[in-house]
Ligand binder design. Structure first.
Ligand code: ZN
Length: 300
């Protein structure tokens, strides 16, 4: 139970996702890539042709926005993977190394709004650049070890204390109750610590993601539009949720928007785009299920 709980907040990053089961269509993806005639040279979604099927439009759209954010922020030293799932869900998440998964339901709900998509992609990129997933896994492992040692030591101390109090053997049932109590307490401590870290990571990804999308030249209000959308959905933000409540994220993002001057960020990103004007190339990843946006170092 603990592991599925942990897994849930490791992998859902925008929140509201109830599942990470992916409904993939590899051949469809390969076909879609092959039928995007000018994908590798497209820089703006406004150039998309109306004849493309919706699925192709999504691929082209994600590519055009992601490619620009990556290049404007100098994150193009290595490839990135993007996957759009067929499941109609309102979420996105940073998966294993340098992979970002976006649900088609979310794309549908923000359809055509480049700045909103840029914020979502930027938020997930930030999770990767800040090593959030790795940090969570490292913290989980070390915390688990520490708490297990503490639990063992507390249990041993209790046994020693009971033996000092009385020569009568301790009933096995009493030992079990004490064991369960200690374990429950440690599990709660584990959950609280990981939850706090996860929420901290969400705020950080919102902040860094905001700077990424501004550098790429998108409307600064894109992030607020994402949260306004999420705030209309039934919330699963209970006390135990890995994500801060949406209203808190809206408040924090407003603070971030006041903290950073838009212009210097935009100038910095625009300079990088001008110095590196060639759009990054697109392929089907070796995993056969995701798009690979290649690094700027690819020679062919
Ligand atoms: Zn996130």
């Amino acid at each position: 139970m603990a592991s599925s709980y942990i897994r849930k907040f490791l992998f859902t990053t925008l929140g509201l996702s109830s599942s990470v089961l992916l409904n993939l269509n590899t051949s469809g993806l390969a076909h879609a890539i092959n039928t995007l005639p000018s994908l590798s040279t497209t820089t703006n979604s406004s150039t998309s042709t109306p004849r493309l099927q919706p699925k192709n439009n999504n691929l082209k759209w994600v590519y055009s926005v992601a490619e620009r954010v990556i290049r404007a922020n100098g994150l193009d030293e290595h490839p990135w993977r993007f996957q759009i799932t067929d499941e109609y869900n309102f979420s996105a998440y940073a998966g294993e190394l340098n992979k970002i998964v976006i649900y088609k339901g979310l794309l549908d709900q923000i359809h055509g709004d480049d700045a909103t998509l840029a914020f979502i992609i930027s938020h997930e990129l930030a999770h990767h650049t800040q090593r959030h997933l790795a940090q969570q896994q490292e913290t989980e492992a070390s915390l688990k070890e520490k708490l297990l040692k503490q639990a063992q030591s507390e249990y041993n101390n209790w046994i020693a204390q009971e033996r000092r109090k009385s020569k009568t053997p301790i009933y096995p049932a009493t030992k079990d109750v004490m064991k369960q109590q200690i374990i429950l307490q440690k599990k709660q401590e584990f959950d609280r610590t990981i939850q706090a870290l996860s929420r901290q990571h969400e705020f950080q990804a919102d902040e860094i993601g905001y700077t990424y999308m501004i550098k790429a030249g998108y409307d600064p209000n894109g992030g607020l539009r994402v949260f306004n959308l999420l705030s209309r959905l039934p919330s699963d933000y209970t006390e135990n949720s890995s994500h801060p409540p949406t209203q808190q994220r809206i408040y924090a993002l407003n603070q971030v928007m006041k903290k950073y001057s838009w212009l210097p960020l935009w100038i910095d990103g625009n300079e990088r785009l001008k110095n590196n004007p060639q759009p990054l190339k697109l392929d089907l990843s070796e995993d056969r299920v995701s798009l690979r946006i290649n690094s700027r170092f690819i020679s062919r």
